[in-house]
Design a protein around this ligand. Structure first.
Ligand SMILES: NC(=O)c1ccc[n+]([C@@H]2O[C@H](COP(=O)([O-])OP(=O)(O)OC[C@H]3O[C@@H](n4cnc5c(N)ncnc54)[C@H](OP(=O)(O)O)[C@@H]3O)[C@@H](O)[C@H]2O)c1
Length: 211
């Protein structure tokens, strides 16, 4: 696939590495051309640093790997308001969560995924990859078992299929919770996990095992 990555930080590097390993072509666009160039060099063959607008043009999927409060600026640089992402699966891994507390920083009832959909008219937003640390996706998988289940929400079946393939390519197992109507539920889980972990409780022990 031809993948675009907006952002040059930890998650961009981890998923970029996994997708290059799987044989995809990755274009990286950051607000800093220099950091994009460094990341492309680190990822090696198949990775290219380009301006954000070029990182989203003609891509099979785009990952929006920026801090939640940088989403508006980055989508602006990519030309999202002009329809640059229309028809493109746009992966939203963002966590608008207060560090160490777990409160969601979005308005009551609002979600990052729907905010992003509003900023990128026509894009097929898929919430995915927000729950697990970036390091899970780096390095070769030890055995044939999935590293984790990546639960996704999205309105477009074709976009969910494409993102599901990209989940498998980094060793995850995709699962769809539902449409973007339910995405707030998925975003709250990050707050649940972070809140319990910082309170010294293992979040895994707080979920019933269902046979
Ligand atoms: N790291 C993880 O384990 C992990 C796991 C799941 C989800 N996530 C989510 O993935 C997203 C990226 O996380 P990360 O760990 O990769 O963060 P990071 O290493 O801190 O990188 C953040 C990226 O966002 C960019 N950015 C910040 N403010 C911006 C703005 N106003 N305009 C344009 N770009 C801006 C930064 O650009 P500069 O370098 O120019 O500052 C950088 O490329 C976050 O929303 C995070 O919640 C992260």
């Amino acid at each position: 696939m031809r993948i675009g990555i907006l952002g040059t930080g930890t998650l961009a590097a981890a998923l970029g590495e996994g997708w290059i390993r799987a044989g995809h072509e990755v274009r990286i666009g950051g607000r800093s051309r220099d950091r994009a160039a460094k990341l492309a060099e680190r990822l090696g063959r198949g990775a290219y640093a380009v301006p954000p607008r070029e990182a989203v043009a003609g891509r099979d999927a785009v990952l929006l790997a920026v801090s939640w409060d940088g989403v508006g600026e980055m989508l602006g640089l990519a030309g999202a308001a002009d329809g640059a992402l229309a028809g493109t699966p746009l992966i939203d891994p963002t966590n608008a969560v207060a560090h160490g507390v777990g409160d969601l920083l979005t308005e009551r009832g609002e979600s990052m995924a729907l905010r992003i959909a509003g900023l990128a008219p026509g894009a097929h937003v898929v919430k995915a990859f927000h729950l697990f640390p970036a390091g899970l996706w780096t390095g070769p998988a030890d055995d044939g078992r999935p590293r984790a289940t990546v639960v996704m929400c999205g309105d477009d079946p074709a976009a969910l299929r494409i993102v599901g393939e990209l989940v498998r390519d980094v060793g995850g197992a995709p699962a769809t919770l539902g449409s973007l109507d339910r995405v707030r539920q998925l975003e709250e889980i990050a707050g649940f996990v972070i809140g319990l972990a910082f309170a010294g409780v293992d979040p895994n022990s707080a979920i019933p095992r269902v046979s």
